[in-house]
Design a protein around this ligand. Sequence first.
Ligand code: NAD
Length: 492
Amino acid sequence: MKSVPHYVNGAAVASPGVSPIFNPATGEVIARVPAPDESFVDHVVVTAQRAFETWREASLSQRTNILFSFRQLLVEHTDELARTVTTEHGKTLADARGEIARGLENVEYACGLIEQLKGQFSQQVATGVDVHSTREPVGVVAAITPFNFPVMVPLWMSANALASGNAVVLKPSERDPSAAVLLAELLSEAGLPPGVFNVLHGGADTVGALLSHPGVDAVSFVGSTPVARHVHDVASAHHKRVQALGGAKNHMVVLADADLDVAADAAVNAGYGSAGERCMAISVVVAVGDVAEPLVAKIAERLDRLTVGPGDDPTSDFGPLITAEHLERVRGYVTGASDQGANVVRDGTTLTRERGFFVGPSLLDHVRPGTRAYDDEIFGPVLSVARVASFDEALTLINANPYGNGVAIFTRDGNAARVFARAVHVGMIGVNVPIPVPISAYSFGGWKSSLFGHTHIYGPEGFAFYTRAKVVTTRWPEPADSQIDLGFPTTR
Ligand code: NAD
């Protein structure tokens, strides 16, 4: 059985496989991933520390050229990457290509590093005194990523971290780790020196060893909320800078004046795409006033036209879930929904397949806070509808939710959208856009239990997170200007 290698110091490192990797479309174990011990984690971090010492000295144009080459290689290898993602994750090939394209944007943004790393200069802040600032890399970045975007999320972190002159240890999800190794090979081919980008496999134990390792300077984490909170707390206790992005419960408000066909299409695309395994998936449609009946009917009718099947079949709209355990968990939300007062409009658990972790699309109506389907992040193809009487009630419902990743409003009333965007306690807002993932020139981040730490990821805040400021105050005095004066220096 194939074991996915680590990638350390510019080369693949074979290691016995432990945790199984499934092809979710067949349910078969197709490879195994190693679980390194602490001494191997230490070896990888020390390797990255050494590489950092030379990489931080690489000129900005050298770094830019490498990132440009990497960008080109990502384009050329898109099909190979997409096939790898589909085989281990299960999402459709079109969806895998989409995530690669969104990851590529981050590399393109990082190619502008010469602009991002510019410091500031103030002349004559006091007589004969100038001040300038620089942004310097922090050192070794541990990048810990979830299963649902095995290419895009590693690129969210790595592009800016490398551009800023840091070394990276990527700890990808143990469920679909092969794409990370391909990224490492492409970075080497692009000319990145050995040891600057490493892939270290494993699960919670590997993460624990990274969080407490004194050679790790910064931690970028994306995953579920309980683990994000834990990673934030442990990394902070070890005096590392940390950004830990967590889970979500994204609402989509539909006002009375919205075009209900547009809203129904958007709800289906954003609720069921990638089998709902997206942190920006819509999971609750908030139907305001009279729109509920016609909107639920329109969504249900669209669900009857969806095809669930293997990700490499071009007729599939969405593929299987990641594991058999997750499939059972998702089914449980649907089978238990009516006992908690919901109306099961479409029941995806009736879909049966001889193999693979498939479940059909489910639609739950009359879902309320305090029930499992509303309170938990389901992370599956299950859309809930919550009915409210007014715009204010919709806003109150969303602001009471502990998550604050993404939200959308569907309306043709510009002022209602503006008031909503200003009043809602959520980090990313779409106006008639159901999945408002910011482009790479803006940063990505939720509020409340969707983000621990205060910088958002990628974009300008990514460069800020991966660098620290240095400020230099300079004076070139003439000997005649020098004197004894023990007072605190002022600028006057
Ligand atoms: P997860 O939290 O189970 O795993 C994420 C990473 O943490 C993996 O690398 C895993 O090996 C590691 N890990 C797991 N348990 C750990 C533990 N106890 N201690 C230390 N490390 C541990 O998440 P997942 O199931 O891979 O991904 C899905 C989750 O990620 C969803 O909740 C989704 O909303 C979230 N997500 C959030 C964003 C965002 O930008 N906010 C983006 C993508 C995914």
